[in-house]
Design a protein around this ligand. Sequence first.
Ligand code: THU
Length: 147
Amino acid sequence: MTDADLITAARNAALKAYAPYSGFSVGCAILSDEGQLVTGANMENACYRLGICAEQSGLTAAQHAFGLSHIAAIAVAGGDGSGEALEGEQVCTPCGGCRQALLEASHLAGRDFTILCASGDGEKVERLTLSTLIPHGFGPANLTDAR
Ligand code: THU
């Protein structure tokens, strides 16, 4: 699967978002080291703060399908999902909470991740490492002094 295919999968996943409150649909596509693909999308709630982000939805699917330690590639795309295809010109990067969730998976995989961050229309893509997105992050290794 090419990077373009993974971005297309993320854009298509965004069309399955439940985002009536923000109107912003996000999709996340995660590929395993054996080529298995899972996707997730944001799912909002009338109690706004209980909404779930696309990345966390995708990570949960990845854990169930093949385990977080087997993640090989990740793409995220966000924009207007009200039409037949995801639209929008702005590149969507993972929010702070999702960066933290991705950091946990990165620890389990034993390596830094490159996240393909795409605009809704898929025209703009930024390839950003997780260590760039969350420098000096607090991960499992920071708990070594716990009792
Ligand atoms: N959202 C995601 O799903 N992932 C992100 O990384 C950024 C934000 C969702 C949350 C909310 O449903 C909508 O986008 C607007 O913030």
